[in-house]
Design a binder for this molecule. Structure first.
Ligand code: HEC
Length: 132
């Protein structure tokens, strides 16, 4: 579990704007419609029908899926599920059970793992402030 900020009281707006300042893509950062197909394909099985972790990342309605990414995360206290996506993929815990690691180019054994391009897109979406 991670704690964002020392007070733990950092607002979502602050987190989003802090992430925005760190991003290199600036105004060209992707919007949610660019990452939604990835979440549906690689996370949706568990995170929609199964509703594992109580997040419907692959919901049929893109607005619902987006709202799920804006919920408060239990992985990053004070952060969003969107931010937690990066943490849980990088630490190899998501998606579970396929042997996925943060060494994306080495994850050739499973089509269920994210590719480096997919992860870069997710990183830029979060870095750009998780825009819809
Ligand atoms: C095989 C089923 C499965 C797949 C596929 C899967 N997850 Fe999960 N996920 C879980 C389960 C079960 C939990 C709840 C337990 C836990 O936190 O480990 C969870 C929890 C999470 C959480 C924690 C939510 C929070 O509030 O912090 C995040 C983030 C997450 N998953 C992201 C993803 C992403 C991104 C993908 C796709 C790349 C993915 N998961 C694919 C089963 C899955």
């Amino acid at each position: 579990m991670l704690v964002m900020g020392s007070s733990g009281e950092r607002s979502l707006a602050q987190s989003a704007s802090a992430s925005r300042n760190q991003s290199a893509c600036g105004d060209n950062c992707p919007r949610f419609d660019a990452v939604y197909p990835i979440l549906r394909a690689k996370c949706g099985n568990c995170h929609t029908e199964g509703n594992q972790g109580n997040i419907k990342l692959g919901d049929d309605d893109i607005r619902v899926a987006f709202q799920e990414t804006q919920k408060l995360s239990y992985t990053i206290i004070g952060g969003t599920v969107g931010q937690a996506i990066l943490v849980r993929v990088l630490d190899g815990s998501m998606p579970p059970g396929f042997g996925c690691t943060a060494n994306f180019t080495a994850n050739t054994n499973s089509a269920d793992c994210l590719t480096d391009k997919e992860f870069a897109l997710l990183t830029d979406w979060v870095g750009g402030g998780q825009r819809f």
